[in-house]
Design a protein around this ligand. Structure first.
Ligand SMILES: [Zn+2]
Length: 417
């Protein structure tokens, strides 16, 4: 226990954390630090300053991803990468992403102070535009690294005001060279808050993340018959909003009864013409469905389409279901997962293996190197809001796992696994 506590200086982390949280703080106590905004620039400059102060070699690439590198004994060996993001959603929380980047900084500073001669370099990465709150889609920075997106595609992304990614990246002074871009790694670790209620409910300080749930976004369009709300008897109506309500309720119950981790959400619904005294002519609603396994996800998508078809037949209305975006589930590296697990056991830190329901940069990094994530609990499961919170006790426990995992991987000790 004694040696364990020395590795992480939680007060130093807290101090940096408070400074970072003050950049973009809103009146209500949240944080608004949208990608490539003046606040993001300030946070980036502070991060680079901290990296340089502890003696890391810093650079940024052509999409503004920031790197801080500590050399290992073998100069050209692949680096053990630790990273996350420092952008937020509007009025978001202080912990999402930022905790992972600052935890990485603390781990690397501590490795340096202890003069550990690790075989592999250790590199911190802070990815651009993870949230997708300003430029869609999400995870543009890690997506470019993983060749999911081209630079041209990313540069042309526009925010709601029509401002382009490239112009804004240039404006904040973070257009680096493509040569600086990360190409491979020994392993990638992302330390992140859970953003859900599972760890807290089970009173566990650490989650070992095995993968990221796949998801599909769908849209259902129902065409009914618009008419006067006062003069049309109930039995003569073709009301697409009522049909939508029945389908939404059935999908909700369907997912609930499956009990296999499937989640289905309708978060958006539109009725036309959307006036108080008319039966709508058309209703459009969204479906977000997620699961950890591709086969289950695919069969659930088919099932959803069948449910919609059945309703269409029963109420004799025209309904179409469209898949607008699908992302397959991601399984992380069994090797890295097992290293993290071993260390949890060594440190006697209770943990559970789990799947992330939310996307993270680790999802793309998994395509180029052995990847896994470490979760720490979210108080009341809240995230993307000012109430986002994690206890420093849990953070310290999680970071001690991160520290030993980084050291083990960077020493090449996992090769025998
Ligand atoms: Zn995040």
């Amino acid at each position: 226990m004694e040696t364990k506590l020395k590795n992480i200086h939680i007060e130093r982390l807290k101090d940096r954390f408070q400074q970072m949280a003050s950049i973009g703080r809103t009146e209500s106590g949240g944080v608004t630090r949208l990608a490539l905004s003046p606040e993001d620039r300030e946070a980036r400059e502070l991060l680079v300053h901290w990296m340089q102060k502890i003696g890391l070699a810093t650079r940024y690439d052509d999409v503004g991803n920031i790197y801080g590198r500590l050399e290992g004994r073998e100069k050209n060996a692949d680096a053990v990468l630790i990273g996350s993001h420092i952008d937020t959603v509007p009025n978001g929380g202080q912990f999402d992403g930022t905790l992972g980047v600052l935890a990485a900084l603390e781990v690397v500073q501590s490795i340096k102070e202890q003069q550990k001669e690790l075989k592999h370099p250790v590199e911190i990465v802070s990815f651009t535009n993870e949230e997708g709150a300003r430029f869609t889609p999400q995870m543009l920075g890690s997506g470019v690294v993983a060749n999911e997106f081209t630079r041209e595609y990313v540069y042309e992304r526009k925010d709601m005001k029509g401002l382009s990614f490239y112009d804004q990246l240039k404006k904040i002074g973070f257009v680096g060279s493509e040569a600086n871009r990360l190409k491979n790694g020994k392993a990638f670790l992302e330390f992140h808050i859970e953003q859900g209620p599972v760890l807290e409910a089970e009173n566990l300080p650490v989650g070992v993340v095995e993968g990221i749930a796949g998801f599909a976004w769908m849209e259902v369009i129902i065409n009914g018959q618009s008419n006067h709300s006062g003069t049309t008897p109930m039995h003569l109506r073709q009301d697409p909003l009522v049909a939508a309500a029945a389908i939404i309720k059935e999908l909700h119950d369907f997912a609930k009864n499956k009990k296999d981790g499937t989640v289905i959400t309708t978060g958006r619904i539109q009725a036309f013409p959307n006036i108080i005294n008319a039966i709508p002519s058309q209703t459009i609603f969204s479906i977000d469905v997620r699961h950890a396994e591709r086969k289950s996800l695919e069969s659930t998508i088919a099932e959803i389409k069948k449910i919609v078809e059945q309703h269409a037949g029963e109420v004799k209305m025209d309904m179409t279901t469209e898949e607008i975006w699908t992302k397959h589930p991601v399984s992380f590296s069994p090797k890295v997962i097992s290293v993290i697990e071993q260390i949890c056991k060594q440190q006697q830190t209770p943990f559970k293996r789990m799947i992330s329901g939310a996307g993270h940069d680790a999802m793309y990094m998994n395509a180029i190197t052995d990847t896994a994530m470490i979760f720490v609990p979210s108080v009341a499961g809240k995230s993307h809001c000012k109430e986002e919170e994690t206890s420093w006790d849990d953070i310290e426990k999680g970071m001690n796992i991160l520290y030993d995992t980084v050291c083990k991987l960077a020493n090449g000790d996992s090769e025998s696994l």
